[in-house]
Design a binder for this molecule. Structure first.
Ligand code: UTP
Length: 409
């Protein structure tokens, strides 16, 4: 689109202010701005009209249960041998979701670059690679690893892995790809500018990764390698096991479309999303959506029925991901602090939320699947998310768990 076409297009959405500084920009800046505007999905803006904080229509929830640690122990040999066979045959791949901005940690680089070592350097990325290397060493086979970044942290992430020689992982088995970005909007519905020549954008959530992989040609890459199952996991859980044989075997043998690692809730009111059914399909009910009745509902033996929280470690069947790829996922509107160019042309760094970001969430992918295997893992072994510098889910709590699990810090 040229300037005139872009202006007409923006007028339809009441967003022509995006061209306010166009005349002040150098020629390449003008071209870049027009190109950025053309890449934005403006239809998202209509969602703001129906938005009221914390509301989204949900179906009827029912409990799902999980294959428990005890049951897994009983079937350990069968699960492990099935898993090892699949891993050796190269049937699994893994996707590290590292496109987030990690704002709560307050670290000015990609979260995975955070050093949690005390007497030595130990980066979050390094912990994850070490965990995956356990599987590689056990099976003698590399698991193809796809690392999702965003426009904001791509160069730094790739540079960091390269400078550290992929932390010992085979570079032939690592591919990086960028997730898509979505515009940031002020409370008045006008898209914010980051500077005079650029719209403020943010990564579009952790639910768009498969579509981004498709666009990057990585599904063909996986198929050429013979991959049938694909795990997706978060950057911040330094203790999680990735594609471990028992887990791979359990998901394969279950025949389910997806497996989800879960932990038993620490207490009924813990603030975690709980795996359950919604209108008969696997789903995640957020802690703030749970009614008092759901929180306390027990079976005849007295066990809580909505008791297994997700830890953002899933294993999907690749053919099922392809089958849902064309489905339109719900877009979530999240209130955030968005640095932007103020009306007077000066830069504003807000102290409180000042607008909305648009996000797709991986939990909506789970709901698009027909069947899910909830697979319980021991919390103290596999769940050490780093969201904050201190307190709950923090650097401090994660270090304590790593040490408990014998990792030298
Ligand atoms: P979080 O929900 O913790 O978000 O992400 P975040 O952006 O990392 O952190 P805060 O909320 O700003 O503090 C859970 C996982 O999803 C990934 C993150 O990198 C993390 O692994 N993620 C999140 C993406 O890959 N892309 C996104 O757009 C958002």
């Amino acid at each position: 689109m040229n300037y005139g076409e872009t202006r007409t297009y923006l007028e339809q959405y009441g967003q022509e202010h995006l061209l306010k500084y166009y005349d002040e920009l150098p020629e390449d800046g003008q071209a870049a701005l027009l190109e950025q505007i053309a890449s934005i999905d403006f239809s998202m803006l209509s969602l703001l009209a129906g938005y009221k904080q914390g509301t989204s229509a949900r179906g009827v929830f029912s409990p799902l249960g999980a294959v428990t640690v005890e049951e897994i122990d009983e079937k350990r040999e069968a699960f492990e041998s099935a898993g090892i066979e699949a891993l050796k045959a190269g049937k699994t791949a893994a996707v590290l979701l590292a496109g987030g901005q990690g704002t709560r940690l307050g670290f000015d680089h990609p979260k995975g670059m955070y050093n949690i070592g005390e007497t030595r350097e130990l980066f979050i990325f390094e912990c994850l690679i070490n965990n995956l290397m356990d599987v590689v060493n056990r099976t003698g086979t590399y698991v193809p690893l796809y690392i999702m970044t965003s426009e904001i942290n791509h160069e730094e992430t790739v540079g960091f892995f390269t400078a550290h020689d992929m932390f010992g992982y085979s570079k032939d088995h690592i591919r990086f790809f960028k997730q898509e970005m979505a515009p940031c909007v002020g409370y008045d519905g006008r898209i914010l500018m980051e500077d005079k020549g650029r719209i403020a954008v943010s990564p579009n959530g952790n639910g768009g990764w498969f579509t981004s992989m498709m666009k990057a040609g990585l599904v063909e890459d996986m198929e050429a390698r013979g991959v049938e199952y694909l795990s997706a996991f978060s950057v911040d859980n330094v203790c999680q096991r990735i594609n471990d044989p028992k887990w791979v075997g359990a998901v394969l043998q279950s025949g389910c479309d997806v497996g989800a690692k879960v932990v038993r809730k620490a207490d009924p009111n813990e603030r975690v999303g709980v795996l359950c059914l919604e209108d008969g399909h696997p789903s995640i009910c957020e802690y703030y959506e749970m009614t008092e009745e759901m929180i306390t509902l027990k079976d005849e033996k007295g066990a809580l029925l909505y008791n297994f929280g997700v830890i953002l470690n899933y294993m999907f069947r690749l053919d099922k991901l392809k089958a849902i790829a064309a489905e339109r996922m719900p877009v979530h509107i999240v209130e955030k602090k968005i640095p932007h160019l103020g009306d007077d042309g000066s830069f504003v760094k807000p102290e409180a939320p000042n607008g909305y970001k648009f996000e797709l969430l991986i939990l909506d992918m789970i709901h698009l699947m027909d069947t899910c295997l909830p697979y319980e893992v021991v919390r103290s072994r596999e769940f050490a998310p780093i969201k904050n510098p201190t307190g709950v889910d923090s650097v401090v709590s994660a270090k304590a768990l790593l040490a408990e699990n014998g990792v030298a810090l």
